[in-house]
Design a protein. Structure first.
Length: 439
């Protein structure tokens, strides 16, 4: 049995957290490959080391003195080293980091040092070998992650190493320059390592007892999901449930490896098991709820639109030409609505509208901003009657106006659009209707 274990920032924010992590790893002999994040927040007012590094590098780039910020980062690590009673000094590494910041080695390099240094401490603490992610996580020249090359290099390397610590979040271009994944990317590294060693399970340790039915910052003590499929998870994490990076499922899914989300602060809790497919029935009709704010809807009206061949293509071409991706596209007989991210759209608004007018000669175009999209996701919805009705009733009872409702063709989700300001209330209303009342 081989397990790959990834620990998130809050699980490694202090020496006390490191001790919990050490205990977890030592509790099972199979936990052989460890992927740490950078130290996260120790409390809600604290700053993540990754954010401190971005700030520090920003100062370096502007030619400012960054000694103070770098010193604060060093203190975070020294506090951990001291608390663990290790005989380890990161002086040399910090000297090199300082020099590389002065030479403007790049923002990705800067951010990656959070995981790099934490992994050095972790390998020292556990007595496991340290493997620099820059030597085994490969990006191509364009900066795209090269999954096959990485799997080749990494599986060969790990076949010779019994136990190792591999920092999360980054890798390197073919020329050795550091490149990071997007924020939260240590989850992706863990998944890549799990695939490379054909792990039996990829354990992702965080600060909640699994994937919860809804965001705990909106619903107080939401239930944890016992078992969820990759497809459900993908829908939820794409729509904003930020527990796991949205790309973290791809490498393990390919290899048929389940992910187990676990809580470092409550290791005895079962957590959530993420699997390809299951006959395990969810506890309620829906598996989870997630959502995002900040969308604009662009509704295009034109009589006889339905019979105009190529209308949809012309509309989407305008968005494509402007580099704007669309989220949803519900349509009526003579109307078509496109939902896009507000921040991608605003600066190009007038240009896009002009091009839409030219391309489609519509009767009218209407815009509505500050909308939120909420996804109600569940494999159980396919065989249930009245799920949409229940969502609509829950929102009507809460006096929330629905701007859009769209049942995905996969029958795995229903997407609802509401105004930003009703976002939290809408999630609460749906949660109460499905989770609290079905009990
Ligand atoms: P880590 O630092 O361990 O990678 P993250 O902060 O990236 O942890 O992810 C865990 C956090 O995700 C939780 O503390 C919680 O606030 C947030 N979260 C949002 N939606 C959900 C959800 N549906 N289930 C669990 N956690 C969620
Ligand atoms: N430390 C990085 C971040 O804050 C990566 C991670 O935590 O997964 O985004
Ligand atoms: Mg995370």
């Amino acid at each position: 049995m081989v397990k790959v274990v990834k620990f998130g920032g809050s699980s490694l924010a202090s020496a006390d957290q490191f001790k919990k992590v050490g205990k977890i790893i030592k509790a099972e002999d199979s936990r052989r490959y460890v992927v740490p994040s950078a130290p996260g927040k120790r409390d809600s007012k604290d700053t993540k080391v990754t954010d401190m590094l971005y700030k520090c590098y920003g100062e370096a780039k502007e030619g400012k003195n960054f000694d103070k910020t770098l010193k604060a980062i060093k203190e975070r690590y020294n506090e951990i080293i001291k608390g663990l009673g290790l005989k380890l000094s990161l002086e040399e590494q910090f000297k090199e980091i300082k020099k590389n910041f002065e030479d403007l080695a790049g923002e990705d390099y800067a951010a990656s040092r959070g995981e790099f240094l934490n992994a050095i401490i972790m390998s020292n603490y556990l007595g496991y070998e340290f493997i620099d992610a820059a030597s085994v996580i490969c990006f191509d020249k364009e900066g795209n992650f090269d999954g096959e090359k990485t799997n080749d290099v990494l599986s060969k390397k790990l076949a010779k190493v019994e136990r190792a610590v591999i920092p999360g979040f980054y890798g390197a271009y073919p020329n050795g320059k550091i490149k990071t994944f997007s924020r939260g990317g240590s989850d992706v590294t863990g998944s890549i390592v799990a695939r490379a060693v054909s792990a039996d399970v990829y354990e992702n340790w965080t600060d909640v007892s699994g994937f919860l039915v809804a965001d705990p910052r909106i619903i107080k003590n939401p239930e944890a999901i016992n078992v969820i499929t990759y497809r459900e998870l993908r829908e939820l994490s794409y729509m904003g449930a930020s527990v796991l990076h949205e790309s973290a499922t791809f490498p393990v899914r390919k290899a048929g490896i389940p992910i187990n989300i676990k809580n470092t602060n409550a290791p005895e809790d079962k957590g959530t098991l993420i699997v390809e497919t299951t006959c395990n029935k969810p506890d309620s009709t829906i598996t989870g709820i997630a959502g995002k704010k900040g969308f604009v809807s662009i509704s295009i009206d034109k009589d006889m639109m339905n019979s105009e061949i190529g209308f949809g293509r012309k509309v989407l071409q305008v968005f494509e030409d402007n580099g704007i991706s669309f989220e949803h596209m519900p349509s009526g007989i003579d109307t078509m609505t496109v939902f896009v991210h507000q921040d991608e759209f605003v600066e190009k608004e007038q240009k896009v509208l002009a091009e839409l007018r030219r391309a489609t000669e519509p009767d009218s175009i209407e815009l509505e901003s500050d909308l939120a999209l909420i996804a109600v996701v569940g494999r159980g919805m396919k065989n249930a009657v009245g799920v949409s009705a229940k969502v609509i009733k829950a929102l009507a009872d809460a006096r929330i106006n629905i701007k859009m409702i769209d049942q995905g063709s996969s029958e795995l989700n229903i997407i609802i659009g509401v105004r930003n300001r009703y976002f939290e209330d809408a999630i609460r209303a749906i949660y109460n209707a499905f989770i609290s009342e079905e009990k």
